[in-house]
Design a binder for this molecule. Structure first.
Ligand SMILES: Cc1cc2nc3c(=O)[nH]c(=O)nc-3n(C[C@H](O)[C@H](O)[C@H](O)COP(=O)(O)OP(=O)(O)OC[C@H]3O[C@@H](n4cnc5c(N)ncnc54)[C@H](O)[C@@H]3O)c2cc1C
Length: 315
C-alpha cells in the first residue's frame, strides 16, 4: 500500500474494507487486476460515508455495480473501488410506480414488476447488472431503454451530498445519461409503469429471453455484452454494429484469450485466461476492419477502467 491515507480510510470505515482485492471476481468478463482498497457498501449511509471519507483523504474512487459493462485493467485500480450493494428497498406506490434501490439486480426489478402486473420493462428481460448500472448506461434493447420509464431518482455527489433529480435532469440518450459526466452515484430511482396482464407480461419476457439465448453467449461464458455501440454516424436511424462487424469479417478474430463470439460479431468473449490487454487488442483489430471496409469509426459501449481510475473510452 503506497498511499498513507489508505490506513486512515480503513481505520474510519472498519474491517469491511479489503486490501488488494482481485477485481476479476466482480466483473462478468472475469478480468481485472487488484484494487488497492475495495469496499462493498450495503446501505446508503455507509455508501455516503465511504464517498465522503475518500474525498477528505483525497483517495480516488471508482464505483461499480454488478460489473457487466466494464473492462478492468490487468494492473488493477489505484485507489478505492466501491461496489454498490445497497439492496434494501423495492416497493410499489400510487398503483403503478416502483421505488427501487440502485444496488438491486435489474432482473429482480423486472420480475417484481411482472409479479405485480406492471408492464413496460419486458424489453429488458435478460439484461444483466444492477439498476444503478442500467440507469448510468441507459440500458436498453429492441428500441426501448430504461430512461423512458424513469420519473426521478436520488443521487449522491462525489462530496457525499444527497439530492433528488427529475427525469429531465438525467439527460438520457442512446446508452448515455448525465451520470456519465457528473460522476454522481445513483442510490434509488422511481419508475412509472402501466397496469397490464401478468400472463401477457411474463409471456413477452419469456419470448425475449428465448431470442437472447439464441444469439448471446450462455451464462457461463465471460463477456460484457455488446462491445461497441450501434452506429449513428451518417445514419437516419442507429444501425447494428454487429452487422457491420460481421460483414467486415471479424468473426474468426482472436487475441490471446479473447475471441469474437461465433454467433454475434459484436461480442468479445474471454475463453478462459484472457487479459484486459487481449480484449483491447482485439477490439482495436475489430474497429480497424470496420473503418477500412466502411469508413465507420465504432465507439465502445464497454467502459475500460484504466489503472489510474480514469474512465477511458479507448479511441
Ligand atoms: C451477456 C450480456 C448481455 C448484455 N445485454 C445488454 C443489452 O441488451 N442492453 C444493454 O443496454 N446492456 C447489455 N449488457 C451490458 C450490461 O448488462 C448493462 O450495461 C448493465 O446495465 C450494467 O450494469 P452493472 O450494474 O453491471 O454496471 P457496471 O458494469 O458495474 O458499471 C457500468 C457503469 O455504471 C456505473 N454505475 C454502476 N452503478 C452505478 C450507480 N449506482 N450510480 C452511478 N453509476 C453507476 C459504473 O461506475 C460504470 O461506469 C449486457 C451485458 C452482458 C454481460
Amino acid at each position: 500500500m503506497t498511499n498513507p491515507n489508505y490506513k486512515k480510510f480503513i481505520e474510519i470505515m472498519g474491517d469491511a474494507v479489503k486490501e488488494e482485492e482481485k477485481l476479476c471476481r466482480y466483473t462478468s468478463f472475469k478480468i481485472g487486476g487488484r484494487a488497492d482498497l475495495f469496499y462493498a457498501a450495503k446501505d446508503i449511509d455507509s455508501l455516503q460515508k465511504a464517498v465522503k471519507t475518500a474525498k477528505d483523504l483525497e483517495i480516488p474512487v471508482v464505483l461499480i455495480g454488478a460489473g457487466n459493462n466494464i473492462l478492468v485493467s490487468d494492473e488493477g485500480l489505484r485507489g478505492l473501488v466501491i461496489r454498490n450493494e445497497c439492496r434494501r428497498e423495492i416497493k410499489i406506490f400510487d398503483k403503478n410506480k416502483i421505488l427501487v434501490d440502485a444496488g438491486i439486480e435489474f432482473s429482480e426489478l423486472i420480475e417484481f414488476a411482472a409479479e405485480n402486473s406492471l408492464s413496460g420493462l419486458e424489453f429488458a428481460s435478460g439484461i444483466p447488472g444492477s439498476v444503478g448500472g442500467a440507469v448510468y448506461m441507459n440500458a436498453g434493447a429492441y428500441g426501448s431503454s430504461i430512461g423512458e420509464l424513469i420519473i426521478k431518482g436520488n443521487v449522491i455527489d462525489r462530496e457525499g451530498n444527497a439530492y433528488e433529480l427529475d427525469k429531465k435532469d438525467f439527460s438520457f440518450g442512446y446508452r448515455s445519461s448525465r451520470l456519465q459526466k457528473s460522476g454522481e452515484i445513483l442510490v434509488s430511482v422511481v419508475l412509472a409503469l402501466e397496469k397490464g396482464k401478468k400472463e401477457e407480461i411474463f409471456g413477452k419476457m419469456n419470448e425475449i429471453i428465448e431470442i437472447r439465448k439464441s444469439k448471446h453467449p450462455s451464462n457461463g461464458i465471460p463477456c460484457a455484452g455488446s462491445y461497441f455501440k450501434n452506429i449513428a454516424e451518417g445514419k437516419a436511424k442507429r444501425e447494428s454494429a454487429g452487422l457491420y462487424l460481421d460483414k467486415a469479417g471479424v468473426k474468426n478474430f482472436k487475441a490471446g484469450g479473447a475471441e469474437v463470439f461465433e454467433k454475434h460479431a459484436n461480442f468479445i468473449i474471454n475463453t478462459g485466461n484472457a487479459k484486459a490487454s487481449d480484449v483491447l487488442r482485439l477490439a482495436e483489430m475489430m474497429k480497424k476492419s470496420v473503418k477500412e471496409k466502411f469508413g465507420i469509426e465504432l465507439e465502445e459501449e464497454v467502459i475500460y477502467l484504466d489503472e489510474n481510475l480514469l474512465l477511458l473510452k479507448k479511441k
